[in-house]
Design a protein around this ligand. Structure first.
Ligand code: GDD
Ligand code: MG
Length: 364
């Protein structure tokens, strides 16, 4: 029996931001390309979009635009058709959507999926699109609940799911429901965004549509959701994928306590757990502990070092007895023996921290 053919859906992926909160990881690599659970972050979003019937995706790029086409090419490997539309100067989320829409092929009444490029979400994209189409909405926003809505777009709705206001990063949120960064637009609505100008969908387009009386729907659910915009969230996302808390068709191995990439060498006397990723050819020596962390390719964690909830960059080195919790070590950096870094520390790429001269009384 033939499967029901899926609609030939088109999507726009917003990937032009600079990812400043993730520095130093994003000094050379855009946030959506950071290795996450063993593959570039976007691989997880692309694979999910594909699974829901998306066939063609237009990347709205700006910062380090060329790196996206180098990573994903024409999309064949994903069973997708990929196009790249680049803004010379970033046009904001709305300007980017308008610019990318030039490469869409669908008609004015068709639904177009728009995705923020830094989200991991387990929601049913197909059902969101079906709801949008069934109710004849102009725009349907995926909504989720978070503890601190002031860092997001706060989105109140009425009893019918109609969005009544859009309050971007307000200090006085009226609900914990926020914009989860996955939209279904009716194509003709995108064409009303002014062309070639800096426009924010969150601050201009969405409030404008609501004010004009257009049908803007909220699609609320309680599935897995994470914005990986900070180092702590980035590490959490990688960990959750490895542990299987969010299923991704792009995970390059079985789910489990950790994911070791090809050539990784983990001593049987090391303790590696909590959804850690050990990069290709990376070395974890005996007595080292790695928990819930992302170790880049070719890095070394020497014996007795402790790495928890942290990122260790490509080719970086963590020497004997060093302790890292919630720390980012840039590519090629060295954390010398015995250093215990404060949570939140960021070691810039290539920096060498010498051996710690401080001794703890318990070690003397
Ligand atoms: N092409 C392009 N051009 N992309 C851009 C631009 C631009 O000028 N500015 C931002 N983007 C992309 C980013 O790369 C990212 O994928 C997405 O747009 C959202 O930008 P963020 O910088 O991550 O925004 P945010 O996390 O502070 O807030 C947004 O996401 C929240 C959910 O995670 C907003 O949409 C909030 O309303 C929402 O709650
Ligand atoms: Mg974000």
């Amino acid at each position: 029996m033939m499967e029901t053919p899926l609609p030939d859906l088109e999507a726009i992926l917003l990937v032009g931001g600079r990812g400043t909160r993730l520095r130093p990881l994003t000094l050379d690599t855009p946030k959506p390309l950071l290795p996450t659970a063993g593959v570039p972050f976007l691989s997880h979003q692309l694979a999910r979009a594909r699974a829901f019937g998306v066939r063609r995706i237009v990347f709205a790029t700006s910062y380090r635009a060329e790196m996206f086409s180098e990573a994903f090419g024409n999309g064949e490997a994903f069973g997708l058709e990929l196009e790249y539309m680049t803004e010379e100067e970033p046009l904001g989320t709305g300007g980017a959507i308008r610019n990318a829409a030039k490469a869409l092929t669908c008609g004015p009444d068709d639904p177009v999926l728009v995705l923020n490029g830094d989200i991991l979400s387990g929601h049913d994209i197909g059902d969101q699109i079906a709801t949008h189409v069934a109710r004849g909405a102009a725009l349907t926003l995926h909504l989720t609940e978070v503890d601190d809505p002031s860092r997001f777009g706060c989105v109140p709705t009425d009893d019918d799911g109609r969005v009544t206001a859009f309050l971007e990063k307000t200090p006085n949120p009226v609900t914990n429901r926020i914009n989860a960064g996955c939209y279904v637009f009716t194509r003709s609505v995108i064409d009303t965004i002014p062309e070639g100008q800096v426009v924010s969908v969150e601050r201009e387009t969405f409030p404008g549509l609501i004010e004009d009386g257009a049908l803007v729907l909220g699609y609320a659910d309680a599935s897995y959701w994470l914005d990986v915009g900070t180092p702590a969230a980035f590490v959490q996302g990688s960990r959750d994928l490895v542990l299987g808390r969010l299923v991704s068709p792009a995970l390059p191995g079985p789910t489990g306590d950790f994911l070791a990439l090809p050539g990784a060498m983990i001593s049987p006397e090391a303790k590696v757990s909590g959804g850690s990723v050990i990069g290709a050819r990376a070395i974890v020596e005996s007595g080292a502990q790695v928990g819930g962390s992302v170790l880049g390719d070719d890095c070394i964690v020497h014996s007795g070092a402790v790495v928890v909830d942290s990122v260790v960059g490509i080719g970086a080195r963590v020497d004997c007895g060093a302790v890292l919790r919630d720390v980012v070590v840039g590519d090629g950096a060295v954390v010398g023996p015995g250093n215990e870094l404060l949570a939140g520390s960021r070691v810039w790429p290539g920096v060498v921290l010498p051996e710690s001269a401080i001794r703890f009384s318990s070690d003397i």
